[in-house]
Design a protein around this ligand. Structure first.
Ligand code: CO
Length: 166
């Protein structure tokens, strides 16, 4: 089990456009394992490689459901619904902060698995939100760049106006 340090806002790695992952080798598998360990320790739902200082197009998502850890290598969104969702979002690289972000309600993503095989994944609601958030990281984009508004500390504690809820 290897926990990697999660970089925080202000670190230039978070603002870089990441390179394609070309090699599906042991080094990638170690990165994926370390990212999963790091995500679980931090109790997050998603983590992108640049958040641990690796500028490659690799993300993991774990919603705590039976699907377990979803690994997306070189992911691309190929379909997004016109219907949107508006809800709360945070990021392990911006601890203690949350904002309201509008995202597509559904997305379809094409990616490679840890062996380089292509697959498609459709996500709705929280999964769609997580996919959009993590893929943004690969282009140096953070949710604060796109949020409708930032939540106050009080709101983060639980008092969010109803129309902002997902
Ligand atoms: Co994030």
């Amino acid at each position: 089990m290897a926990i990697r340090k999660i970089l925080e806002l202000g670190d230039p790695s978070l603002r870089k456009v990441c390179k394609k992952q070309e090699q599906f080798n042991l080094r990638l598998h170690i990165l994926l394992k370390d990212m999963a360990d790091t995500l679980h320790k931090a109790e997050g739902v998603g983590l992108a490689a640049p958040q641990v200082g690796i500028l490659r197009r690799v993300v993991i998502i774990d919603l705590g459901d039976e699907a377990g850890v979803r690994e997306l290598i070189n992911p691309e969104i190929i379909e997004r619904s016109e219907e949107t969702q508006c809800g709360r979002e945070g990021c392990l690289s911006l601890p203690g902060r949350q904002g309201i972000v509008t995202r597509p309600k559904r997305v379809k993503v094409r990616a490679q698995d840890r062996h380089g095989r292509f697959f498609e994944l459709e996500g709705e609601d929280l999964l769609a939100r997580a996919i959009c958030h993590e893929l943004d990281h690969l282009d140096g984009v953070l949710y604060i760049d796109e949020m409708d508004r930032e939540l106050s500390e009080e709101e983060i504690e639980g008092h969010v106006p109803e129309d902002d809820e997902q």
